[in-house]
Design a protein around this ligand. Structure first.
Ligand code: COA
Length: 320
């Protein structure tokens, strides 16, 4: 049996912030941001939370799959921006859905979070322990941005994407995931420092810091290798793949991956122009967008690939 994605959903915050809007509050321009990244606008939260976006995305995915809350055995959310340290976002989603049979937990694999959630759900489903899982990538990254650091804050946005997966005849054909903690410090957001009667630290929260060029080099070398690996594992060739749904970090990364694979950019759908980089939520939001546009037909083979903080990466070939 294979783990099959049977429904998708997504939710973006209401408020659109364009590059032009950002140029009113910092020294940047639409020309700089769009020419280097392909991003034109992003959505940022006002009242929405990671959990509220997740719940809406989850309901849409469940409706798309025709699955009720009582049928869900497992909920996994890939996120680095949960609203609470505890409860997890997955537990908040479980409560809001009334999915009281489900076990629920979060995964921190940064921008690879949805891919790690998919692979984890697959492992559980393969044991026969669970039959139906709800997996999400959800972020409110805007709260961990330093809005005075123009080189980083312009890249990111907020949102949530979800998928319902179930054991079936077709589905996940192959996957690859990996981590390289030795390079983790190129993309960081520090948690609270030690603070107790022995060690006094003022309560301070740090913001996202990134060495953009190092992250870029990591992505354009690791992602093509990971994609080639999963395609070979699935017993397929590059030409058998209908779409490559990649993490939406930067159009230049996507173009470079397409070139290194020798594949037309037409096979790489994008959402980054209107979403920016939403870390773990990028892949499921993109998948939902192409699903709802009717671009996914039965029998198609799609590569999914996430990569980012940790450093981490995860790729999969799915048959839909
Ligand atoms: N607006 C205008 N100018 C900006 C700017 C902004 N938002 N951000 C940086 N600059 C300036 C810099 O200050 C620098 O100016 P200087 O030459 O006078 O010092 C110049 O633009 C070039 O900066 P640099 O950081 O070298 O740009 P870059 O060409 O490397 O592009 C990124 C920066 C972030 C777009 C690029 O490195 C990148 O996409 N990296 C991958 C990041 C990523 O995708 N991370 C997430 C992965 S999960």
């Amino acid at each position: 049996m294979r783990t099959r994605i049977i429904g998708t959903g997504s939710c973006l915050p209401e408020t659109v912030v364009t590059n032009e809007d950002l140029s009113q509050i910092m020294d940047t321009s639409d020309e700089w941001i769009s020419s280097r990244t392909g991003i034109r606008e992003r959505r940022l939260v006002k009242e929405e939370t990671t959990a509220s976006l997740s719940v809406t995305a989850a309901k849409r995915a469940m409706e798309n799959a025709g699955v009720s809350a009582q049928e869900i055995d497992l909920i996994i959310v890939g996120t680095i921006t949960g609203d609470y340290v505890t409860p997890s976002t997955a537990c908040e989603v479980q409560a809001a859905l009334g999915a009281d049979r489900a076990a629920a937990f979060d995964i921190n694999a940064a921008c690879s979070g949805f891919m790690f959630a998919l692979h984890t759900a697959d492992a559980y489903l393969k044991t026969g322990m669970y039959k139906t899982a709800l997996i999400l990538g959800a972020e409110t990254l805007s709260k961990i941005m330093d809005w005075s650091d123009r080189s980083t804050c312009v890249l990111f946005g907020d949102g949530a994407g979800a998928a319902v997966v179930r054991s079936d005849e077709v589905g996940l054909l192959a996957y690859d995931q990996g981590s390289d903690g030795t390079r983790g410090m190129v993309l960081t957001c520090r948690n609270r420092k030690n603070n107790n009667p022995l060690v006094q630290n003022p309560t301070d929260f740090s913001y996202t810091q990134m060495d953009g060029q190092e992250v870029y080099k990591f992505a354009v070398t690791t992602v093509p290798k990971s994609i080639k690996k999963v395609i070979a594992q699935a017993g397929l060739t590059i030409d058998d793949i209908d779409y490559f749904a990649l993490h939406q970090a930067n159009i230049r990364i996507i173009q470079s991956v397409a070139k290194r694979l020798g594949v037309s950019e037409d096979k790489f759908p994008t959402s980054l122009d209107h979403c920016g980089n939403i870390s773990a939520a990028s892949v499921p939001i993109l998948l939902d967008e192409i699903n709802r546009k009717g671009l996914i037909k039965p029998g198609m083979k799609i590569v999914l690939s996430g990569f980012g903080g940790g450093l981490t990466w995860g790729s999969a070939v799915i048959e839909v």
